[in-house]
Design a protein around this ligand. Sequence first.
Ligand SMILES: N[C@@H](CCC(=O)N[C@@H](CS)C(=O)NCC(=O)O)C(=O)O
Length: 223
Amino acid sequence: MLKLYFDPVTTTSRPVMLFATDEGIALELVHLDISAGDHLVPGFEQISPNRFVPVLEHDGFRLSECSAILKYLAELHYSAAYPGDPKARARVNQWMDWFIGLFSKDYNYGCIYPRLLPAYRLSEAAEAERRAWHMASAARRLSILDRQIAEGGPFILGPEITLADYLGASFVTLGDLVEFDLSPWPHVRRWIATMKARPSWDEVHAGFYGWHAAIRAQGPLAA
Ligand SMILES: N[C@@H](CCC(=O)N[C@@H](CS)C(=O)NCC(=O)O)C(=O)O
């Protein structure tokens, strides 16, 4: 049996849930609310040494890192979203690494989290300077993604969805929480609309959009 420790609102759990739902992969779900500190309870470090979600368990085998979990589930289920051809698979890996290693540093950590989570904010002047730097960098990354989708589409690597779309769409839609304006990148917007049109999207994102509504209800966010 596959067991997933997850928090449905998180950027790293959402792609795993979306992929598993699309592929009909049965998961025993252990829902942790990280905003309530469920991941800080004594003993969870045995399951997740970093105290992060998601974590997958499969017959005593434990796996963290959302990218590794997606690949493992895809391999188990011979999913077309993780093609077997070495070059096609390498491209999927390339874009997944790009989202995690480059894109998320500027966009998620540099532009979005500081507006949502006080622990990620610097002092006001330092924050403004850092944000300007990351925003310029995030814009360059979004332009690279936009060109990639413009050359093919509707998905990142052409007509078929891959794991890179599952991972990437979760990272980019984190910006929904701060109403991040994607209009300068029309192909990225089109791709996100395609991902949001998947029948599984709304079900998987119910918690995420609940968080979105709660943020809106609190009034204007920090700049
Ligand atoms: N590199 C990990 C990162 C996982 C991660 O950052 N999880 C966050 C939620 S998005 C978390 O569990 N945070 C708990 C905390 O910050 O205390 C992955 O890709 O899965």
